[in-house]
Design a protein around this ligand. Structure first.
Ligand code: 2NL
Length: 358
């Protein structure tokens, strides 16, 4: 019996894994194990012999079972230690660079422009891109025979025969949103309306969809002087000019303003890059004027009591000027190389670690 004890305790101590332990358990204390067979022999013994051998065998069985359990626990601990030693993560490593999306230059410039005007007390209004020809044309004092209304220049919604709803167009400017703002809010009013507009035009410098921001200020004694100040502040902020800017108002004509002016800013083109505020060149950036009395009237505002200025500029155009984008295609290609070149790269976004992801 002492031989059995020594044999199994040493085998258990040397077992390499759980499977080996299980084999030993079966060999020793399983149904047909060596200890179990010895227990069966108890029946053939005299009561005296049995009284000595019985407890000894039971104690041996208990000792082997405890040794098995202890070795099993030790093996599990060793396995865990081994995993902890070999499997590890360096959580301080920088993340891998990922491609991520970025704001589109047009969206960014729209946000820049609206933020600048918001600072000056203008609220932002949006409206439908499909509107009636009344909101898009008549309310703006653009008569039925005006060339802009021709189907060659304006996208008209299809009408089935017998469909007598008023004609709808893809808005050709965001002015209809301003008419709706006048109707909804009345005077006094300061609002800017950014958004996409549509004209049936497609060549090197025109795309059938482009973006515009229009501004409108209506009050008792709004004048061109207020227009000039607002535009100067805008140009300084938008083009990030440290000194002053110089604006040039050229008499012009729009059906919706009287008088009307096109506005240029003093600039230079040193080495092909635009510098605003100095130089001998003039750059046209927008059209403007005092709101035509008929247009105020169309918006439900009494022109005998109120007056206002309005202006409109192309977002795509000022975005190209500010960021030196020479070609409209940059806005329509989703080619990241374009965006990266002009400082809008998705790949240059700072990571959480403060470095650059690329
Ligand atoms: C241009 C000219 C302009 C306006 C837009 C406007 C809107 C209302 C009333 C009066 Cl509701 N005027 N908008 C006025 C003058 C010029 O845009 O060349 N845009 C790119």
């Amino acid at each position: 019996m002492d031989d059995l004890r020594e044999k199994y305790l040493s085998l258990i101590a040397g077992a390499g894994d759980e499977a080996a332990l299980e084999d030993l358990r079966v060999q020793a204390v399983g149904k047909k194990g060596e200890v179990s067979l010895k227990m069966r022999e108890l029946g053939k013994m005299t009561p005296e012999e049995r009284q000595v051998a019985g407890p000894k065998l039971n104690a041996l069985k208990d000792e082997i079972n405890s040794a098995l359990a202890a070795k099993k626990a030790a093996l599990a601990d060793a396995a865990l230690d081994e995993r902890l030693r070999t499997e590890w993560l360096d959580v301080t490593l920088p993340t891998r660079a990922r491609r991520h999306g970025t704001i589109h230059p047009i969206s960014q410039v729209t946000e820049e422009v609206t933020a600048i005007f918001a600072e000056m007390g203008f609220s932002v209004a949006e409206g439908p891109r499909i509107d009636t020809d009344w909101y898009n044309f008549d309310a703006l004092n653009i008569p039925g025979h005006h060339p802009a209304r021709a189907e060659m220049d304006t996208f008209y919604m299809h009408r089935a025969e017998g469909d007598n709803r008023p004609p709808h167009v893809l808005r050709t400017h965001t002015s209809p949103v301003q008419i709706r703002s006048m109707e909804a809010q009345g005077a006094p009013l300061r609002v800017i309306c950014p958004g996409g507009v549509y004209r049936a035009d497609y060549d090197q410098t025109h795309t059938p969809m482009f973006h515009q921001v229009e501004g409108l200020a209506v009050d008792k004694d709004i004048s061109m002087a207020n227009l000039k100040w607002v535009l100067e502040e805008f140009v300084k902020a938008f083009f990030e000019v440290d000194g002053g800017v110089e604006l040039r108002f050229r008499a012009s004509h729009f059906p919706f303003t009287e008088p009307s002016a096109e506005v240029d800013i003093r600039c230079s083109w040193e080495g092909g890059t635009l510098k605003v505020g100095e130089g001998d060149d003039w750059l046209e950036i927008l059209g403007s004027g005092m709101v035509h009395p008929k247009v105020l009237q169309a918006g439900g505002i009494d022109p005998n009591e109120w007056q206002g200025f309005a202006f409109g500029m192309g977002i795509d155009r000022i975005a190209m000027l500010k960021y030196g984008i020479p070609d409209l295609r940059a806005f329509f290609d989703s080619d990241l190389r374009w965006l990266r070149h002009y400082g809008f790269s998705a790949l240059d976004v700072p990571t959480l670690h403060g470095g650059l992801s690329r």
